[in-house]
Design a protein. Structure first.
Length: 348
């Protein structure tokens, strides 16, 4: 799946360099990554698609399938969530928000068709429709020191907490984190917004938003890592992506058992590697205490400002604690662990 052709043409006119329908950069990836770290950037988010769930039973339908409490999603609150196999392994992670009475489930565009088909299999007699909405709306990201000021100027809204939502003329603003926002709107409005915001923010490729997600410790499941992790391994439980009070959903028994009975042995950690050898989702990591076998796997990775790669890796907690973990092989680049922006449970 590739992005809306008219939007693609518009971005190309702005200097975007595209590959497989995704904006890789606007001429200088490293400069854009440095801007993402140090100033304010405007990113196209066409690496993501969206599934739309409509109908009078949409809320109940999603509540019975996803890991989070969908009843808490409303006009002012977005949410992270996941869809899992019966064995409790994640098949997709989502950012979910409401547009009117519809629910939008954002996920990597590479997963969207398969997940739309998978969710549609559960509709049966429910008064629900599941459709692809990847090109119905344009999503862009705004992040950095001037982001909150620009949001206030352009939309006259102030969002005080993460995952809060405000509606504007033809779309929605979602606060992802401190000084980071996602804008969802129509194609025409998106072009006007882009022209306005790019006067104060540097245009940046998809890798910059991916890097910001990594530094925020937000897991994004991709085809490479499907069915590799129980959601607690990805820290989704620490980000509001699971409810332990709601009823059954696929994989719920495994997720609940892990929460109530088992001590969590794997978690997701943030790290940097100084290497020119590309780090990718699905790469294994190796620790000295487990010779000959991997102790974990990379969830997400992208080029880092100033060189090397930043990544999120799920691994044995005991392996992380040795601070002696390497990428791809035991002789590979050593992971330098960085603090996540949220605490891990102290009893682990």
């Amino acid at each position: 799946m590739t992005m809306n052709q008219d939007w693609q043409n518009f971005l190309t006119q702005q200097g975007a360099q595209l590959q497989d329908g995704v904006v890789r950069h606007f001429g200088n990836l490293q400069a854009e990554l440095l801007a993402a770290r140090d100033s304010t950037v405007l990113c196209d988010l066409s690496q993501f698609g969206a599934i739309k769930v409509t109908g009078e039973e949409a809320q109940k339908f999603l509540q019975n399938l996803l890991s989070s409490d969908i009843n808490e999603v409303n006009a002012k609150t977005a949410q992270l969530s996941s869809f899992n196999s019966p064995k409790g392994r994640m098949l997709a992670t989502f950012l979910i928000w409401q547009q009117g009475s519809d629910y939008l489930l954002q996920l990597p565009r590479s997963l969207s068709p398969a997940m739309q088909k998978k969710l549609s299999m559960y509709v049966m007699r429910s008064k629900v429709k599941v459709s692809d909405a990847s090109d119905e709306y344009i999503c862009v990201g705004l992040s950095g020191k001037q982001a909150a000021k620009l949001i206030q100027q352009h939309f006259n809204v102030t969002l005080e907490q993460d995952w809060t939502v405000a509606q504007h003329n033809n779309g929605y603003v979602i606060r992802i984190g401190a000084d980071r926002y996602q804008l969802s709107t129509t194609q025409q409005q998106a072009m006007e917004l882009w022209n306005g915001l790019s006067q104060s923010a540097q245009m940046a490729g998809s890798a910059c938003w991916d890097w910001l997600n990594i530094r925020a410790g937000i897991p994004i499941l991709t085809p490479t890592t499907q069915e590799q992790f129980v959601l607690q391994m990805s820290n989704l439980d620490l980000l509001g992506g699971v409810s332990f009070k709601k009823g059954c959903y696929p994989g719920q028994e495994i997720v609940a058992r892990t929460h109530y009975l088992g001590k969590q042995k794997r978690r997701m950690f943030l790290a940097h590697v100084d290497t020119e050898d590309a780090a990718d989702a699905g790469n294994e990591v190796f620790g000295a205490e487990m010779p000959g076998q991997p102790c974990g796997m990379v969830m997400n990775a992208t080029a880092a400002p100033g060189g090397g790669y930043d990544l999120l890796a799920v691994m044995q907690i005991s392996c992380h604690d040795t601070q002696n973990v390497h990428l791809k092989t035991i002789q590979g680049a050593k992971l330098k662990f960085l603090p996540l922006p949220y605490p891990l449970p102290s009893d682990e």
